[in-house]
Design a binder for this molecule. Structure first.
Ligand code: AMP
Ligand code: TRP
Length: 330
């Protein structure tokens, strides 16, 4: 039996080469090894204010990018969270079993709510309960997440354990997996910050759907240093980050790269880097355009995804309902 892996992705911001190199391409290449479920978490996105048009556009964009990056709808399930009602239903039930003190400890809520002040919604506070529901509905074995989400997966385990201790073994306990991506891609404008989907500076990230001109201009403007030598030196974070991106796109070894740019200047390296990214993203961008040329096609793939996962989610939800004594409808 393959292990089941559940990943959630918010349909907000712009998916960038950090997401691609650090996550999406690994998801695509691990499809034979794991049973992958990818959930586009639109209900999580609305825990902060969203423009309705933008939200629906981004939901389809993320889906299109996942398929374009090689996620195969025959092997993996890609679906939209709000299309499977069991997520919201289980989140409500879990709410009634989560001690409020556990929720009060969530550091992401503390950080986000400090930024938003009085605009904070109850949904933002409850975000981890919905995330627990996402994971627990599918008898998930592994949840690949970044460091920042580990606390939420641990909370999910605590919730599952608490529920199971009252009602018997209803939920499977998931494991958080912090993937060893080999690369943490840093911001082009500031190599001390992780490349992020929500950074407002347009020069911060190369996004997967950027035009060739945009890619060239962002790379040429990327922050480096005043030295000359082009070598993999972590103490020089700007040039190091660019070299790592080059390494991952060109698939050359560090030795080959160092030899190739020996005695050459930053401008030439940046030119070649931009071309390597453009070439690397070209097949993905082409497939994205093909896929999204007919929006009904993309929607039909998403419908297949939710049809595939719904029976699993509904089975878990009924087991929970039965355990707590809700009378089943006839
Ligand atoms: P996020 O953009 O935070 O929703 O992350 C989605 C996925 O992309 C997660 O698996 C992250 O670990 C990965 N990821 C996000 N940003 C980076 C980055 N700068 N470098 C490498 N991986 C990243
Ligand atoms: N909270 C996650 C993030 O912001 C997204 C997410 C929602 C998720 N539900 C999930 C991730 C379930 C893993 C499993 O990145």
């Amino acid at each position: 039996m393959k292990k089941r892996v559940f990943s959630g992705i918010q349909p907000t911001g712009n998916i960038h080469i950090g997401n691609y190199l650090g996550a999406i391409r690994h998801w695509a290449s691990s499809q034979d090894q794991y049973e992958n479920i990818f959930c586009i978490v639109d209900l999580h996105a609305i825990t902060v204010a969203q423009d309705p048009k933008e939200l629906s556009m981004k939901t389809r964009e993320v889906a299109g990018l996942l398929f374009a990056a090689g996620i195969d709808p025959r092997r993996s399930a890609v679906f939209v969270q709000s299309h499977v009602g069991a997520h919201s239903e289980l989140a409500w039930i879990l709410n009634c079993f989560i001690p409020i003190g556990w929720m009060n400890r969530m550091t992401q809520y503390k950080e986000k709510s400090e930024k938003q002040k009085e605009q904070v919604s109850v949904g933002l506070f409850d975000y981890p309960a919905l995330m627990a529901a996402d994971i627990l509905l599918y008898e998930t074995d592994q949840v690949p997440v970044g460091e920042d989400q580990k606390q939420h997966v641990e909370l999910t385990r605590d919730i599952a354990q608490r529920f199971n201790s009252i009602y018997g073994a209803v939920f499977k306990l998931p494991e958080p997996v912090i993937p060893d991506v080999g690369a943490r891609i840093m911001g082009l404008d500031d190599p001390s910050k992780k490349m992020s989907k929500s950074d407002a500076n347009p020069g911060h990230a190369v996004n997967l759907l950027d035009s060739t001109d945009a890619i060239r201009s962002k790379i040429m403007k990327a922050t480096t240093d005043s030295k000359r030598e082009i070598c993999f030196d972590e103490k020089r974070p700007g040039i190091y980050n660019l070299l790592v991106i080059y390494e991952l796109f060109s698939k050359m070894s560090r030795k080959e790269i160092t030899a190739r740019f020996e005695g050459k200047g930053y401008a030439q390296f940046k030119n070649e880097l931009a071309e390597a990214i453009i070439e690397g993203l070209r097949p993905l961008q082409l497939r994205y355009r093909e896929l999204t040329a007919d929006p009904h096609y993309l929607d039909s793939l998403l419908a297949e995804g939710s049809a595939r996962v719904k029976p699993v989610a509904e089975k878990t939800l009924s087991a929970v309902q039965k355990a707590i004594g809700l009378v089943p409808p006839i």
